[in-house]
Each structure stands twice: as structure tokens, then as C-alpha cells.
Write a protein that binds this ligand. Structure first.
Ligand code: C2O
Length: 534
């Protein structure tokens, strides 16, 4: 009988990018978290890998000399063995949200990255990716049935949130104090790691190392409703415990002000609130992130949270929680929020807000350098151990280019209908390149408009607010002697390449969509060239 195979993890709260983590950074503390008495089942136990988060981070070397900041009391990971009753307020819950326990805990080393996961907006996900996400949640739900103690199961994953947020975990050495991962500077880092493992479990179950959680883009008008994929009643992504009045297409109201019904006003309010919490209000990193929270501190409460957590984050929970339930379950209460699949996409966007905020220039430092922040740590189970990562099948361009003709076969092109054409890129992957439509001959007497998209699998030419939109050509009718004009259209692709992950591709599919008087346009040729250096 093998014992549970466990590993600890080196993690620091500033881990915006995995590459910045130092796997063997010096640690100021040695933790001994013993987690004995776990369930042991032949053939299954070695699939559960428990991880301990230890904060060995760059910057730790300064610890000893930095007495000003250093109480040197970062929050310690909980001891799963002493996990107890969870509460809502003073009310004990009759739900057991404690994770399975284990004896061995090792350092978690960030695995090598072979292929980037790209999280995409839920409302823009193509059907294949929606189906994949459904399948992943279904597999996690199936694990619940096959073995309710499997930490990768859907309920066990939901319970992580319950245990860390509703008082089931105590602070090690301070049994009278609950651990609370909300309302402090640990809010963003804790949830980032939570999603990190959740996503890895899904990727592993799907055998797709590129799988990424879709994010619920509620900061954008098009994302300001529950994404449809979560509202199909027969799907694994559906949760009946939601506010029924707020099912799509009801517009999300971040102001939680139900006297307003005009969607334009609601959206305008939402955008202003987003601006305030991201840019307008915070005057320091802790304003945005939340206040300090260290070992031995009383669990923080709502007022201690950052602008983002208290604003849009809380609003989404509150808006969709089900008022028919005592505690607004599911997403309306921490202990049950993880039972709603939409919760993880909600938090994928919260995670994105952290990144976006971090990248917005401000006149205060964004990095928190306090070692108690950097060294805080958590405990998680990771995904099943797997063979070395496989490469995902190249999806997009192969599928997309099926049946699409090359430029030589299509041009010169009389633009009578929407035309797709395969165009070679001079450089593989990301690059600074320009798409050139050359020798466009137009009838001067006509109003003319056509649009150009790159690698557009959605085929929604009416929506130009998408990353695949490269640009358009417009001509007003004008009177000159000549009947025709000849011109080129040059569209810079740099930003577009960054937005639609085209790494590794050496060609793209260009879609040209005639909108007005296409029959009065002839395009001589098409090519992609390197952008002239400035
Ligand atoms: Cu841990 Cu949105 O909550």
C-alpha cells in the first residue's frame, strides 16, 4: 500500500507569472504540516497529490535586514487534520467541507511550460471549446460519484472554498482564529492558486495541456450577463441555485440597484464602477488588493478588502445568488459558491482584473514587498500525476484553412461575395507584420465599404468588436475625371497577432466581407509583409 504521495509547493503571493517563481528560493520558515489518517484505497491513493504552498520568493533574501516591515509572520497553511465545522456568521453549517488528509507534503515545483494556456472570454468561446469545458466539469462531477473523497472531484473542489472561507480551517498555532482568504491582500493570490490547480485538474482529465478556463468578461458590455453556456439546463455547467430573474439576457447590475431598468444606464454605471475600483479609487497597492493579513491576526472582514474585491467581485456573487435559499446559495455565499460552475469563470475574470490593474501605470508602487505577503502560503491538492506533457493537436489554422484557396487562385478578385483566402506569413508566430491588399480598383461614383478579418472562425461579420477584425476600407463617392481609383489598403497586424494566439502558424486565413457595393471593387492581390522598421 503506497502512502499518499504528496508534494509541497513553493509559492509566493506575487506570482503574477509562473516564470518569476524561484523553485528553490530560501525560506524563512520550516513548516511541518502533518496530515495523517487519510483515506487509503488501493490503486487510487497515488493519484492524489497534496501540495503545500510555501512562500520562497525572490525578495526573501532581504528578510533579515528588513526589520521595519518584518514581523516575519506570514499566514501559515492550515493543517487539514484539524479542519472542523464551517460557519455562516455564527451559524454552524451541517456541511462537511473538510478535505481528505494526508501524511506527506512536499515542495511544489512549477512544471515546465510547453505550451501557454490562453484563457478566453466565455461569451466568445467557440462551440468546440464550450463542449470541452462542459466535458471537464462533467468528469469532475463523475469523480464525486466514483469516489467522494477524490480531491479532484467537483464537490471537493467546491469545498476548498468553503473550508478556507467559512472558518473550517484554523490558523496553525492559533486554534481560536479562523483562516479567512477574503478581505485582505491574500484575496488575489489565494484565488489565483485555487484556479491554477482547478484548471490543471481539468486539463489533466481532458488530456489537453492547453485547456484553459474561460473567463466571464463582466467588465465588458458584452459580458454583462451570465454567459449562455451556464444557462442551458441539461448541461454540466448549469446550476439551478441561481436568481431566476437574472438569467440571461438580463443585464448584470454591478451597482446592485434594482430600481434601474434601462440597460444603457446599467451598463454605463457598470463601466464607471469598473473605472473607479481599478483606477479612480485605489491610491496604494493595498487599497486595491486589501489590507495586510498575517499569522496571528484575527480573520479580516469585509471593510478590510480591496476595491476590486468589495466592488465588482462581490456584486457578481450577490447578483446571482439565489434569494430562495437561506444563505443565497450557491454563488451568493462563500461556502457554496464553488458549487456553481460559473464561479470559476467569475474568478478567472477577477484574476484577470489583478493582471490588468498591475499593468496600468499609476503613481504608487504596485508590488507589495512585505515579506509577510510574499511568504504567505496555502495547501492544495494538485492534478493527477501524468506522463510528460503531450503537445496539443494544432487546432485553429488546420481546421480553419480546410477548403480555403490560396491567394494565387483567388486574385484578382471581384468582390461580389465574402471571400476567404489563405495567405502566407513571412515569419512564423508573433511578428510585426502588415496585411496589404494591393491595387484595389474602385468605381469613384460609388459608396464602397468592405471589412477584413483574420483567422475568423466565428464568421460574424456584423461584429467588428472582436480581436479577429483587422480593419476596413471605405470610399465616399466622388467626382473626378477618372472613372476608377487605384489604391492599397495596409492593415497592421501586430496587435491582432497578440490577441489571437497565432504562435507557430505560418499562414492565416483572411476573410474579406463586402458590405456596400462590393461589385464595384476589384482587388489586385494580397500579401503579408514585414512592417517597415520605424
Ligand atoms: Cu473566494 Cu469570489 O470568492
Amino acid at each position: 500500500m503506497t502512502s499518499l504521495q504528496l508534494s509541497c509547493m513553493v509559492l509566493g503571493t506575487t506570482a503574477h507569472k509562473p516564470s518569476r517563481l524561484l523553485p528553490n528560493a530560501r525560506r524563512s520558515h520550516r513548516f511541518h504540516v502533518s496530515c495523517s489518517g487519510g483515506p487509503e484505497e488501493e490503486g487510487k491513493v497515488d493519484r492524489r497529490n497534496m501540495l503545500l504552498g510555501l512562500g520562497g520568493m525572490y525578495g526573501v533574501a532581504n528578510l533579515a535586514s528588513d526589520t521595519k516591515l518584518a514581523r516575519a509572520d506570514p499566514l501559515l497553511p492550515p493543517d487539514f487534520k484539524s479542519c472542523g465545522v464551517a460557519y455562516v456568521g455564527e451559524d454552524p453549517l451541517d456541511v462537511n467541507c473538510c478535505p481528505p488528509t494526508s501524511d506527506v507534503i512536499k515542495d511544489y515545483k512549477l512544471p515546465p511550460v510547453h505550451r501557454l494556456r490562453v484563457r478566453r472570454a466565455a461569451h466568445r468561446l467557440n462551440l468546440a471549446n464550450v463542449a470541452k469545458y462542459k466535458r471537464a466539469v462533467k468528469m469532475m462531477r463523475d469523480l464525486d460519484v466514483a469516489d467522494p473523497t477524490d480531491p479532484r472531484g467537483f464537490s471537493q473542489q467546491a469545498n476548498i472554498h468553503c473550508a478556507y472561507c467559512n472558518g473550517a480551517h484554523d490558523q496553525v498555532g492559533h486554534e481560536e482564529l479562523d483562516i479567512q482568504v477574503h478581505f485582505s491582500w491574500l484575496f488575489f493570490p489565494f484565488h489565483r492558486w485555487y484556479l491554477y490547480f482547478y484548471e490543471r485538474i481539468m486539463a489533466d482529465l481532458l488530456k489537453d495541456p492547453t485547456f484553459a478556463l474561460p473567463y466571464w468578461n463582466w467588465d465588458h458590455p458584452k459580458g454583462m450577463q451570465l454567459p449562455w453556456m451556464f444557462d442551458e439546463e441539461d448541461s454540466s455547467l448549469y446550476d439551478p441555485n441561481r436568481n431566476q430573474d437574472r438569467r440571461p439576457p438580463a443585464v448584470l447590475n454591478l451597482a446592485l440597484n434594482s430600481t434601474i431598468t434601462d440597460p444603457v444606464q446599467i451598463i454605463s454605471n457598470n463601466l464607471s464602477l469598473m473605472y473607479n475600483e481599478m483606477i479612480g479609487t485605489p491610491a496604494s497597492a493595498t487599497d486595491f488588493m486589501g489590507k495586510a493579513y498575517r499569522d496571528g491576526d484575527a480573520p479580516p472582514t469585509y471593510p478590510d478588502g480591496g476595491t476590486s474585491e468589495k466592488g465588482s467581485h462581490t456584486a457578481v456573487h450577490a447578483w446571482f445568488g439565489d434569494p430562495r435559499n437561506e444563505y443565497n446559495e450557491d454563488i451568493g455565499n462563500f461556502y457554496s459558491a464553488g458549487r456553481d460552475p460559473a464561479f470559476y469563470s467569475h474568478h478567472a475574470n477577477v484574476d484577470r482584473m489583478w493582471t490588468i490593474w498591475n499593468d496600468i501605470p499609476a503613481d504608487y508602487p504596485k508590488a507589495i514587498t512585505d515579506p509577510d505577503y510574499l511568504n504567505a502560503s496555502f495547501l492544495f491538492y494538485d492534478e493527477t500525476k501524468q506522463l510528460p506533457p503531450r503537445r496539443a493537436a494544432a487546432v485553429n489554422i488546420q481546421d480553419l484553412s480546410k477548403g480555403v484557396k490560396t491567394a494565387e487562385k483567388v486574385f484578382p478578385l471581384k468582390l461580389r461575395k465574402t471571400t476567404r483566402v489563405l495567405v502566407a506569413k513571412p515569419t512564423v508566430g508573433k511578428a510585426d507584420e502588415v496585411l496589404v491588399l494591393e491595387n484595389i480598383v474602385t468605381d469613384n461614383r460609388k459608396l464602397i465599404k468592405f471589412d477584413v478579418f483574420v483567422n475568423d472562425e466565428d464568421d460574424k461579420p456584423e461584429e467588428v468588436d472582436r480581436a479577429e477584425y483587422a480593419g476596413g476600407f471605405t470610399q465616399l463617392p466622388h467626382r473626378v475625371k477618372a472613372k476608377n481609383s487605384v489604391s492599397d489598403l495596409r492593415l497592421n497586424l501586430k496587435q491582432l497577432y497578440e490577441n489571437i494566439n497565432i504562435a507557430d502558424d505560418d499562414k492565416v486565413v483572411v476573410t474579406i466581407v463586402p458590405l456596400i457595393n462590393g461589385e464595384a471593387v476589384t482587388i489586385g492581390g494580397i500579401k503579408i509583409v514585414e512592417a517597415p522598421s520605424a
